[in-house]
Design a protein around this ligand. Structure first.
Ligand code: NAP
Length: 299
């Protein structure tokens, strides 16, 4: 690849690796104690199976114990709540992650709110989201927004004063990211425009963005002619498309038409290898934080 193009790429794998290496050392200082992370997965949605396996693998690599509770697709809310309750009361579990999406008959918010806020390492419990809203740093920040924030920081992208356009207002990416970026702190202080499918005038909004975060789940949506020169682009999207030429039979595409947008961008994340590794890394960071918090509560 042309070295000038290469310089524009924000390498999420490498940034994640350096955070994980640091975590390995920090976690080792507590031996023989180890942080514990429990996953709860319902059904056999292939991406969910993949993500839980991947998160368990990274946890094992850095010294975090993990366990999984598996349920059938038709699991009742009561069964899940009972398991969460057990995990809430189990001192060997420091963090609990309910893998999304849950089967549609389950009330997602109700289940997420049943996780004890001290063990809510995914940060989706109403208490932790409330703390984010109130700029109270004692809560857990959802992993993908936290990962994006770290990517921007590690790439020396100036957030303060920037106009950041976020495409997508979901509870796991867009909304918490908007809250994080507009916090009244020197590391944040951005002017955020949060867009969704009903936004009018998206083209002119995008053209005025210094930073664009695309999180809509529509492959190759953002084109080169939709951005201004020197924009920073963070691509959160993950869409699987059939690809017989690929050994796995599918390819992963982001929300950004990378080959077009990189011509205009000053920095850009690839898919894969951008936001994805950071999401997992932030989960590990939150789990270690939960472990330390719970140890200090005991002493
Ligand atoms: P989601 O819950 O489906 O939300 C999509 C959002 O995009 C909605 O707010 C929707 O608007 C908005 N949207 C859809 N089409 C739009 C358009 N044409 N213009 C503007 N906004 C539009 O998705 P999500 O869970 O946030 O995930 C988004 C993508 O990120 C997916 O591909 C997902 O796989 C990926 N993801 C990646 C990571 C990672 O670690 N890399 C983590 C989480 C998610 P309405 O609200 O009006 O419907």
């Amino acid at each position: 690849m042309d070295p000038s193009v290469n310089k524009k790429i924000i390498d999420g794998n490498s940034i994640a690796r350096s955070i994980l290496q640091n975590l390995v050392q920090e976690i080792a200082k507590f031996k023989p104690l180890q942080p514990g992370l429990t996953f709860i997965r319902a059904g056999n949605d292939p991406p969910s199976v993949f993500y839980v396996n991947r998160k368990q693998k990274v946890a094992a690599e850095i010294g975090i114990r993990s366990a999984v509770h598996l349920f059938e697709e038709k699991v009742s809310e009561r069964q899940l709540l009972q398991t969460i309750d057990k995990c809430n009361n189990d001192p060997s579990t420091n963090g609990i992650l309910v893998q999304m999406p849950l089967p549609p008959h389950l009330n997602q918010q109700f289940i997420l709110n049943s996780i004890h806020p001290h063990k809510d390492v995914d940060g989706f419990n109403a208490v932790n989201l409330g703390k984010l809203c109130k700029e109270d740093d004692s809560g857990f920040i959802p992993c993908t927004p936290a990962g994006i924030f770290e990517l921007l920081k590690a790439s020396n992208v100036k957030v303060e004063g920037a106009h950041i356009v976020i495409l997508g207002r979901s509870l796991i990416v867009g909304k918490p990211l908007a809250l994080l970026l507009c916090q009244n702190k020197p590391s944040a202080n951005a002017t955020v425009t949060l867009c969704h499918s009903k936004t009018h005038g998206l083209e002119s909004i995008l053209k005025s963005a210094d930073i664009i975060v695309a999180a809509i789940g529509k492959a190759l949506f953002l084109k080169g002619n939709m951005v201004k020169d020197n924009v920073v682009v963070i691509d959160v999207g993950i869409t699987r498309v059939n690809d017989p030429a690929h050994p796995k039979g599918y390819s992963i595409l982001g929300d950004v038409d990378f080959n077009q947008v990189i011509q205009h961008a000053s920095k850009i994340t690839p898919v894969p290898g951008g936001v994805g590794p950071m999401t997992i890394t932030m989960l590990m960071k939150n789990t270690f934080q939960a472990f330390k918090n719970q140890l200090s509560l005991k002493s």
